[in-house]
Design a protein around this ligand. Structure first.
Ligand code: EPU
Length: 354
């Protein structure tokens, strides 16, 4: 096992923020992780599990031991019953995995094309886009307990998925009740997806309907939807390889119908969607945009011109003189304050701030 010291993390976070890991170990297999846990010096250290680095803001060097997940593998596990059960190693690129499932003839993930990051990080966030969330296609996952080295399997209910949320984002309770959170306690090794054999397209999003009308296609196949989603995302979201970013920086807030009515009084144009449970989801991008933030900057951290929900690193490049995590967070807090002052709502950041 190789413990790398003072490792530059700029290539390993999609914001391209300059920071170092004091120590980093690459985890390409269960054995690699067991070796870390068997080492008395390393096992005692606090640990940080790094996937594709597409949902983190680094505000300084990372002191916990960084476990960089590189576990490979993609395979069909089962094709009996109503689903194809497909498994991928946690270190696989999410987008490449989605493309592979389509090539193999297992549709169902196409609406989530081009989401940056790894397969192992996808359940943590319960990633989602264009009407499909990971939990809609999830079967189970295997994870290793970072204390005991024990491997266990979780089903969807045990993952407690919510909107951009799961059991992996919450700390365990220290009040003697049954531990509910797995934050910082496990490393996800493999994820299995249940992809329906009788496939139905998930359409209905305005951006997809526009593509259907423009291309004159009324019953698209999964590959067509995949191609449209790639084109839609390329048109409105910055490519992290070119402009550093971590996708949507804030969650879309959910409010009661009364709160929504109050916000409509403040601005009748507010973009909102009624949810099945009677609550209302507001478009955070619109709230930020209407406070005038689109295109603005703090230092080298900026609000993306085409989508105000995305914060970007304007200086990301080979010179290493990009935004600091501090600049990103100063900008994020200024946005939170102005949205709060205008609409009475505190936006909740999506990425993990380190
Ligand atoms: N809008 C504005 N101004 C802006 C940005 C958005 O007025 O600057 C308006 C849009 O016109 C639209 C509405 O806000 O009416 C919603 O915008 P969009 O369709 O771009 O979706 P979103 O709610 O901002 C969410 C997800 C994205 C996902 C898209 C499509 C969250 C936090 N974000 O964005 O996910 O790709 O829907 O399903 O739920 C991510 O999580 O990183 C992510 C990119």
């Amino acid at each position: 096992m190789l413990v790398e010291k003072n490792v530059p993390l700029q290539p390993f976070n999609t914001f391209h923020i300059v920071a170092k890991a004091h120590a980093l170990v690459r985890i390409a297999s269960e054995q690699d992780l067991l070796a870390v846990l068997a080492d008395p010096r390393l096992s005692a250290l606090p640990k940080f599990v790094l996937g594709g680095g597409s949902n983190i803001v680094l505000t300084g060097d990372v002191k916990p031991l960084v476990l960089k997940v590189e576990i490979p593998g993609k395979r069909l596990l089962q094709d009996s019953g109503r689903h194809f059960i497909v498994e991928a190693g946690a270190g696989e690129s999410w987008h490449d995995f989605v493309a592979w499932t389509l090539e193999q003839g297992y549709p169902g993930l196409e609406n989530m094309a081009m989401i940056p990051g790894t397969v192992g990080a996808s359940p943590v966030q319960n990633v989602g886009a264009y009407g499909v969330e990971l939990q809609d296609r999830f079967d189970s996952l295997d994870a290793m307990d970072l204390q005991s080295g024990e491997i266990f399997t979780l089903n969807a209910a045990q993952c407690a998925f919510g909107y951009r949320d799961s059991v992996f984002k919450h700390a365990s309770r220290s009040d003697g009740h049954q531990a509910l959170g797995l934050k910082d306690r496990v490393l996800i090794l493999r994820v299995r997806f249940a992809l329906p054999k009788v496939w139905k397209p998930v359409l209905g999003y305005a951006d997809i309907e526009k593509k259907m009308a423009a291309d004159g296609v009324s019953s698209p196949d999964a590959q067509q939807i995949f191609d449209w989603i790639c084109a839609i995302r390329r048109a409105k979201l910055p490519d992290p390889a070119v402009i550093g970013n971590a996708g949507s920086f804030f969650k879309n807030p959910t409010v009661s119908p009364e709160q929504c009515a109050d916000i409509i009084l403040r601005d009748p144009k507010v973009v909102h969607y009624l949810l099945a449970d009677g609550s209302v989801k507001l478009a955070a991008g619109w709230l930020i945009d209407s406070c005038g933030w689109r295109g603005k900057s703090v230092g080298q951290a900026g609000v993306y011109e085409k989508q105000a929900l995305v914060l970007v690193n304007r200086g990301s490049g080979s010179d290493g003189l990009g935004a600091t995590g501090g600049e990103v967070m100063t900008l994020a807090r200024a946005i939170q304050t102005s949205v709060y002052e205008r609409f009475g709502l505190m936006l909740e950041p999506e990425p993990v701030v380190l």
